[in-house]
Design a protein around this ligand. Structure first.
Ligand SMILES: Nc1ncnc2c1ncn2[C@@H]1O[C@H](COP(=O)(O)OP(=O)(O)OP(=O)(O)O)[C@@H](O)[C@H]1O
Ligand SMILES: [Mg+2]
Length: 276
């Protein structure tokens, strides 16, 4: 891909700063985490053509929690893959943290994904041979942060998700809800612009799912991260700020969730008590 960058003035202003700081400053300037405009994605399987996304427009502000719903095959995961820089759109524009994605070289896209995006999956995807603390530290290690800064951030994050006492445990010694809290800590520890979650509560019982969602909400607001969450889970929907429904690759509804912004996030003490 050609190496078109952001505007020359922005590039000049940010020259010399590490990628994570560039991302942070651009995003702070815009208050927009993700902007998707006229995005199309078509898959070709032999003679079979699937139009997975057919002109999607979506803007997600920092701190906003958006539930992406729609029937199976409607294009939710396809949109998450594009927003997560895992796949590329055929047409349209996608801006993440102020960077136009199609203009990035492969290595720039890799850096942007590393620094600006956190992922949370249905099946947690923790590294089984690493401790809880090592799993949360891993993104910071990849980003090359100094050891002292990493220790502080990991400690703070584990305390925030109520797992300070489990820092030395391996994931297989944790419950499903605890594992998902580790995954949330791992996604947020690098202070991403966008957290992408595909069915994050599908493996959790009702009480645990609710606690995990409250934690995502609280931590998302605390860190100014936007959440793009594909879900079939009505419990999750009620805790989001906004609900967007896809149907056959097109957005059919985009509306605020009444219970979202009007519900005050739970107090940390109460939350940690509930999670203990
Ligand atoms: N890699 C691929 N190759 C070919 N077709 C694909 C690919 N990924 C997705 N599709 C097709 O694109 C359409 C949208 O799929 P997508 O996975 O985005 O749906 P979804 O809304 O996430 O569904 P679910 O709720 O079942 O997870 C489907 O018709 C699917 O079969
Ligand atoms: Mg899917």
């Amino acid at each position: 891909m050609a190496g078109r960058h952001t505007t020359a003035s922005a590039a000049a202003q940010l020259a010399g700063l590490p990628a994570a700081q560039q991302v942070g400053q651009l995003a702070a300037a815009q208050r927009i985490a993700l902007r998707v405009s006229g995005v199309h994605k078509t898959y070709h399987l032999g003679a079979h053509v699937v139009q997975a996304l057919r002109g999607v427009d979506l803007t997600l502000a920092r701190g906003e929690m958006l539930a992406l719903t729609g029937p199976s095959g409607s294009g939710k995961s396809t949109l998450l893959n594009l927003a997560g820089l895992i796949d590329q759109a055929d047409a349209g524009r996608l801006e993440l943290a102020g960077r136009e994605v199609s203009s990035l070289t492969e290595s720039e896209a890799t850096l942007l994904r590393r620094d600006a995006i956190g992922f949370v999956f249905q099946a947690f995807h923790l590294v089984p041979v690493m401790t809880v603390s090592e799993n949360v530290d891993y993104p910071l290690l990849l980003a090359g942060l100094p050891a002292r800064e990493r220790r502080t951030r990991v400690g703070d994050m584990l305390a925030a998700v109520g797992l300070a006492d489990h820092a030395g445990h391996r994931p297989d010694a944790l419950s499903g809800g605890q594992r998902q809290r580790v995954a949330i800590a791992r996604a947020l520890v690098k202070r991403p612009t966008l957290v992408i979650a595909d069915e994050p509560t599908a493996s959790l019982d009702s009480v645990t799912a609710t606690q995990v969602l409250d934690l995502m909400r609280e931590q998302g607001h605390a860190h100014g991260a936007a959440f793009l969450i594909a879900t079939h889970d009505a419990r999750l929907l009620a805790r989001c700020d906004r609900s967007v429904a896809l149907h056959d690759g097109v957005i059919v509804t985009d509306e605020p969730v009444a219970a979202g912004r009007t519900t005050a996030p739970p107090q940390p003490a109460h939350l940690l008590g509930a999670l203990a």
